[in-house]
Design a protein around this ligand. Sequence first.
Ligand code: NAD
Ligand code: TYD
Length: 342
Amino acid sequence: MRSVMKCLVTGGCGFIGSEFIRQGLQSRDMQIVNLDLLTYAGNPENLRGVENHTGYTFVKGDIADSSAVADLIDNSFDLIVNFAAESHVDRSIEDASAFLRTNVLGTQALLDAARRAGISRFIQVSTDEVYGSLGEDGQFMETTPLSPRSPYSASKASADHLVMAAHHTHGMETVITRCSNNYGPYQFPEKLIPLTILNALQGKDIPVYGDGLYVRDWIHVADHARGVWQAALEGKPGAVYNMGGDAERANLEVVRLILEYTQQPESLIKHVTDRKGHDRRYAMDFTLIREEIGWEPKVVFEQGLKDTVDWYRTNGEWLDNVTSGAYQEYYEKMYGGRKTIS
Ligand code: NAD
Ligand code: TYD
């Protein structure tokens, strides 16, 4: 590698990619090029403070546009880290087309361009959802067969297979990370935690799907981004690494904590029509990355959640910007038709 590493990050204006870029520029001497289409989920404000960093360049573009990707990627890059994706399950249930284009075709376009440019190191940021759904017991391991059940997770699993194929067929030095549910600053308020915080701050009803006893493992975005850096720099070629937050919680528990931190009554909770094909439980065994690379999560869930609530409370301008316009339409479309069931 060159003395100053050059890294292409895709989807760096999103929730996790922006944290990854902030960490990279703060702690390492490197050049980062951020390729992002700026969809509804991509917001340059997520990178406020780093836009003028000498090591940072932004390029607006679509990872699924293979000729634009081929033009951008040359052999000056040392590695590619692919965060760009359509990432919300509910949207994938409404319409899967953008998920296939970005998550599947986009990943292959990046792999092709990387290989042609002679860049071997390719990091694919994936999710626990590719493994499917668990019952009350057990955890996903890297060896668990992929069994995705939503259009989102099916598109991410397809991408994982394509990345593995590039490793086995073309000898690319790929690394796949699979992480559990993230929370923290700058998350678009369509996912459970930021949506609940936003509604609670505004004293609005909190929509809880079905019985609210679905379980997710929650990890702070800073822990996840740090793990992706470690896997990117130290991970073995062809490896898959699970990451988790060691914080399994039922949705109702999470919502109740947010109501406590925002001093709002539990009467705001409204159980609404369930998500179709709703995965019951996710849980991660991340022994491999702990033993091989020495990564583990540091943020304790309750403290991280409290800090996240404070962040949203004190970043009203950011919240106003991302929820103006199309967000209201989205909210009405997604929640207007859901029946309150208790
Ligand atoms: P996000 O939705 O906040 O951000 C996605 C980013 O990708 C946005 O900036 C968007 O503009 C960009 N993008 C979308 N389509 C693009 C395209 N065609 N070309 C270029 N850029 C495009 O997502 P996130 O929550 O930050 O997730 C990032 C990655 O991490 C995704 O791959 C997701 O599957 C994975 N992941 C997310 C979680 C989670 O809890 N959010 C957990 C595990 C894994
Ligand atoms: P989400 O944040 O969409 O992440 P994922 O489905 O990718 O795990 O949802 C987390 C959990 O919260 C999931 O069980 C669905 C549930 N949920 C609600 O109950 N109400 C909501 O308004 C949302 C967005 C999610």
